[in-house]
Design a protein around this ligand. Structure first.
Ligand SMILES: Cc1ncc(C[n+]2csc(CCOP(=O)(O)OP(=O)(O)O)c2C)c(N)n1
Length: 622
């Protein structure tokens, strides 16, 4: 194994293209084997192995700067930068993160997981180098999907304008998670088939042939440089932004990549190199269905068969339930349209798209646009429902405020992956949505305890109008329905009664609270449990009753403590003159929560049946 000889990128220096091809095969095997065991981003990582090798072979990123966009495609980079041995613990508690992480290696500059930021942060580094006059180089690698993000375009706009010394590598595989959408993607597809680099190679070859034997190497290099300059794509849209554009080059031809990157290294100013890669390259199932293999669950390597784990059995998930309700409502209300920002599979909205193709928009990785578009659709008389992950809706915060809330428009946000998300870790935890939505005037914020509540909430949201956010986690929804009481705006539901204490649980924390109450009942302890249903408007009557009739009240949420549901309860208690000293908040701690199984993360936050029962016992004994 050549790979065993690589402990840092410097070890690559003695290898030529043929050895690097061998290394690429070994790295692909290690990535495939590890993701088979741990799950993770397979297709994107297999696609950039050759590019990663060429980058580390040509540049010295112990000094130069390398920024991966999103960061989900950094596995080969991790393996080459001293993390080969820890790689088997990828995405496990205490193991390597699935994303770049500066605490793991100086080769990782930013902790990332959200798309579109690489050009801006790399530009900042390039401008800092300019003021330090260090001569160091900065490279951002960004996919064709992320390039369409507003943020990425903002970065390009600025970089071209200030003429920064920045190399942007466009890793074009024509896919985000699904095929990349948008006019820019369509343009890149046309550029992709342009035979620029092959022409370049031919030109260099011809020029070298013309040189007399014995002529100096310097002249040959000079000629090559001239040829590279001629290979600039003059009509490229980003040329107009101030970038010199090169390519496309074959991202699986290591020798060509090395030659091209060597030249890119010599040039200065804003440069964009278009590299064509194939997602899933080297593992047939992933190459055939790169969307299904973007983020893979553990699988059997021999046949690509998924080893199913409990959490993600699709029809039992919250995601599936939400979209089933939406499809049901869509059958009778033709005004309902669905929007996703590049996540048709993840949000489950692909099913809605198949059912109502004319009423579905995938806007690409453009969450801000998704929310503002929904505002326009609502103003135009439609009933937009945006399916979006809690963590990515953070991008659309100002549109929630400015385009939706301020106009009081009937826009429904289905906030998926709200809460702890498990192995993806801090970049993907959906822990802030209650805090960033509930302070917007006029917003209704709801969280269902079971599928029937979810259905009732969505129905009510579409009937009632105004801005709504309905949050649910990355998990299975409970099979049982806990209450027959129909969902009514701002009303909680009392599910169980007992005198010794009470729990006001939000959304997915209801099921473990009921389990905890059952466990306690087995020991002769009787407590009340209510499903809060709404963060806003909050059921102040129910809160008053819970405090009046019980010695203590635990308030539970799968969300960070500051500004969350517990905070809303305390504010209401204060407004109503209720005794807030008897309120005990159980929420996720105010720090970044590292990767682990969702179950372990919930346990650490005190949100499992066992930990809830323990806490209740200690309150009774206090
Ligand atoms: C702001 C944001 N929205 C959505 C996502 C989810 N996401 C992760 S990777 C990805 C696709 C990225 O496509 P591309 O940039 O082309 O990279 P590729 O996977 O094709 O290499 C998406 C949509 C994200 N990480 N960040």
């Amino acid at each position: 194994m050549l790979l065993n000889e690589i402990n840092s990128p410097a070890d690559l220096r003695r290898f030529g293209p043929t050895d690097l091809e061998q290394l690429a095969r070994e790295i692909r095997a290690l990535i495939t084997q590890t993701v088979a065991a741990r799950g993770g981003h397979l297709a994107s990582n297999l696609g950039v192995v050759d590019l990663t090798l060429a980058l580390h072979r040509i540049f010295d990123f112990s000094r130069d700067h390398l920024v991966w966009d999103v960061g989900h495609q950094c596995y080969a980079h991790k393996i080459l930068t001293g993390r080969r041995e820890g790689f088997e613990k990828l995405r496990t508690a205490g193991g390597l993160s699935g994303f770049p992480h500066p605490a793991e290696s100086p080769y990782d500059l930013f902790r990332t997981g959200h798309a579109g930021a690489s050009i801006s942060t790399a530009l900042g580094l390039a401008l800092a180098e300019r003021s330090a006059a260090s001569g160091l180089r900065t490279v951002a690698v960004i996919g064709d999907g992320a390039l369409g993000a507003g943020l990425a375009l903002e970065g390009l706009n600025h970089a071209g304008y200030v003429g920064a010394n920045l190399l942007v590598i466009l890793n074009d595989n024509q896919m985000a998670i699904s095929p990349t959408v948008g006019a820019l993607a369509r343009y890149l597809t046309r550029m992709r088939t342009r035979p620029a680099y092959d022409n370049l190679k031919q030109e260099v070859h011809d020029a070298l042939e013309r040189l007399p034997m014995g002529d100096s190497l310097a002249r040959a290099i000079h000629t090559f440089k001239d040829a590279v300059k001629e290979a600039v794509v003059p009509d490229h849209v980003f040329e107009r932004f101030g970038f010199r554009c090169f390519g496309p080059v074959d991202g699986h031809d290591i020798a060509t990549l090395m030659e091209t990157l060597e030249e890119m290294k010599r040039l200065e100013g804003p440069r964009l190199l278009h590299v064509n890669t194939r997602k899933g390259c080297g593992f047939a199932p992933a190459a055939e269905k790169p969307d299904e293999w973007h983020s893979a669950r553990p699988f059997t390597q021999q046949n690509g068969q998924i080893v199913s784990d409990d959490e993600s059995i699709e029809p039992s998930t919250w995601t599936y339930a939400a979209v089933s309700s939406l499809i049901g409502l869509g059958q009778t209300d033709e005004r309902i349209v669905a929007i996703t920002a590049a996540m048709p599979e993840g949000t489950g909205l692909l099913r809605f798209a198949h059912r109502f193709p004319g009423r579905f928009y995938d806007v690409g990785i453009c969450e801000q646009h998704a929310v503002a578009l929904a505002a326009g659709l609502a103003k135009g008389g439609l009933r937009p429902v945006v399916g979006i992950y809690s963590t990515f809706l953070q991008r659309g915060y100002d549109q929630l405020f400015h385009e939706v809330a301020l106009q009081n428009l009937p826009v429904v946000m289905l906030v998926d992956r709200a809460g702890l998300v498990g192995a993806d870790g801090p970049t993907h935890n959906g822990l802030y949505d209650i805090a960033y939505v509930r302070h917007l005037p006029g917003f209704t914020v709801a969280a269902p305890a079971d599928k029937r509540e979810l259905d009732g909430m969505l129905k009510l949201a579409l009937q009632a109008g105004g801005p709504w956010a309905i949050r649910y986690p990355r998990d299975r929804a409970p099979e049982a329905n806990f209450s027959d009481e129909p969902v009514a705006l701002g009303r909680a539901a009392v599910l169980r009664r007992g005198k010794q204490g009470a729990i006001l649980a939000l959304g997915a924390t209801v099921a473990p609270s009921l389990d905890a109450a059952e466990k306690l009942a087995g020991r002769g302890i009787a407590i009340s449990v209510a499903s809060a249903r709404f963060v806003k408007p909050l059921d102040a009557e129910c809160l008053a009753w819970l405090l009046a009739e019980h010695p203590w009240l635990m308030v539970l949420e799968d969300h960070t403590a500051p500004g969350g549901f517990g905070s809303a309860v305390l504010e209401t208690a204060e407004e109503r003159g209720l005794d807030s000293r008897r309120i005990h908040r159980v929420a996720v701690a105010d720090r970044f929560i590292e990767q682990a199984g969702r179950g372990a993360q919930l346990a650490a936050a005190g949100l499992t049946a066992e930990t809830i029962a323990e806490r209740a016992k200690s309150l009774i004994n206090a």
